[in-house]
Design a protein around this ligand. Structure first.
Ligand SMILES: CC[C@H](C(=O)O)C(=O)SCCNC(=O)CCNC(=O)[C@H](O)C(C)(C)COP(=O)(O)OP(=O)(O)OC[C@H]1O[C@@H](n2cnc3c(N)ncnc32)[C@H](O)[C@@H]1OP(=O)(O)O
Ligand SMILES: [Co+2]
Length: 134
């Protein structure tokens, strides 16, 4: 069911600093910072030959990553995102197998303009999993 690794997300307090460091120290190609108010984050993508790094900074009072950053003030790997062919089929299979789909259970449009869902980290070995419609 899961396909390509679309991105690995790193939560940071200062997305401008993180972007500049990857660009200037690691020579990476980084996107402009894009607010994603529907998700409570601002995102930057670091384009790599085989996948992407997604920097996340809290946006707004109810950001879902605020508590993560309280626990990890230096930042940290926040989630992995796998692509799936059909996110509804994937969701229904996962729910039937007892996995917890976060939020309303309905996909939201993510940073790539595609539907995304999140699966509880406690069901996937301490790792928050995001699914994105390929
Ligand atoms: C623009 C979209 C973009 C894209 O790629 O398209 C995005 O990726 S948006 C990314 C931001 N949005 C989300 O992360 C939505 C899904 N996340 C959530 O709903 C919450 O973050 C949640 C429920 C995973 C955790 O929320 P919170 O930290 O407030 O809850 P708890 O403290 O109760 O956490 C419960 C339990 O899980 C552990 N935890 C929390 N976050 C993570 C994590 N990222 N990785 C691993 N484990 C995590 C937390 O430590 C608690 O464990 P415990 O042992 O009970 O302390
Ligand atoms: Co993501």
């Amino acid at each position: 069911m899961i396909g390509r690794l679309n991105h690995v997300a790193i939560a940071v307090k200062d997305i401008a600093k993180a972007s500049a460091t990857y660009r200037d120290t690691l020579g990476a190609t980084v996107s402009a910072a894009t607010p994603q108010p529907d998700h409570g984050v601002t995102v930057v993508f670091v384009e790599l030959p085989n996948t992407k790094i997604e920097f996340l900074e809290p946006l707004g009072a109810d950001s879902p990553i605020a508590k993560f950053l309280e626990k990890n003030p230096d930042g940290g790997i926040h989630h992995v995102c796998y692509e799936v062919d059909d996110i509804i089929v994937a969701r229904d299979k996962l729910k039937a197998e007892g996995a917890r789909v976060l939020g309303s259970g309905e996909p939201k449009i993510g940073a790539h303009g595609k539907p995304v869902l999140f699966l509880h980290p406690k069901d996937f070995f301490g790792t928050l999993v995001e699914l994105e419609q390929a």
